[in-house]
Design a protein around this ligand. Structure first.
Ligand code: AMP
Length: 229
């Protein structure tokens, strides 16, 4: 991690797409398109800022160990404390339990049946079902969770739902909403001290570009300060 450069870790897809307008609001343009370039380190028009493209679940690791100074990650992949996150309110979705339309989830829970649940988010699922006293066998999957109930691998899935179209296309129904999710900006605490002068304007620009801050500004409130000070 170089002292005169800052590195922002993003994952391709929704997080990248929805972070771009926040960067633009700070006057920052990424100079190469992630889908058209094979590069994993993308330059920007900010002389000190590079964007690195990593898997969504690796963003907290890069930030924690200083491979990146800051990153945007979902609430479902939180870094350990003391990374005080700033909720950017982008890539909003929810973490839900879904089952096949012909599976009587309410009855299975009421009867105390053991339910097989496939998910990538094992820790969140374990905590949720334990808090409800529902007996579950958790099966870890890395993708295409919707397939699990359709093939008989599991009775239910725990997955991210945005429009609900993927569930609908696979004849699955949402039966529990575990939590609302939006993406957060996390910052390496060492970088926050050592590179404060470089990071501060960027953090303030992010804080002022969130939908909530923009709504407050148009309602005449004072501009938001970065929450990561
Ligand atoms: P949708 O059809 O819009 O409900 O989107 C559901 C699919 O997109 C599922 O495969 C989810 O795993 C994935 N998904 C939805 N929201 C997100 C998100 N914020 N980040 C990553 N994957 C998501």
């Amino acid at each position: 991690m170089s002292a005169d450069r800052i590195t922002l870790a993003l994952s391709k897809g929704r997080i990248y797409d929805e972070t771009l307008p926040l960067l633009q609001a700070a006057g920052i343009e990424v100079l190469e398109h992630p889908e058209r370039s094979r590069k994993l380190i993308l330059p920007t028009n900010h002389p000190a800022l590079n964007v690195v493209l990593v898997r969504a679940s690796d963003v907290p690791t890069y930030v924690q160990y200083g491979g990146a100074d800051l990153g945007v990650c979902g609430k479902d992949t939180p870094p350990p404390p003391p990374f005080q996150p700033l909720d950017l309110q982008i890539a909003r979705c929810r973490m839900s339990v879904a089952v096949r339309a012909d599976f009587d989830y309410v009855r299975a829970v009421r009867q105390g049946a053991r339910i097989r649940v496939a998910t990538k988010y094992v820790a969140i699922a374990r905590e949720f079902f334990a808090s409800k006293g529902v007996h579950v066998d958790l099966i870890k999957l890395y993708g295409s969770m919707e397939l699990a109930p359709l093939t008989g691998l599991a009775d239910a899935i725990v997955d991210l739902v945005s429009t609900g179209n993927t569930l609908k296309a696979n004849q699955l129904v949402e039966v529990e909403r575990i939590m609302d999710i939006s993406s957060r900006l996390v910052v390496n605490q060492g970088a926050l001290k050592v590179k404060r002068a470089l990071l501060r304007p960027l953090l303030d620009a992010f804080a002022q570009a969130t939908p909530q801050a923009r709504a407050a500004q148009s309602a005449g409130a004072a501009p938001a300060q970065g929450a990561l000070a």
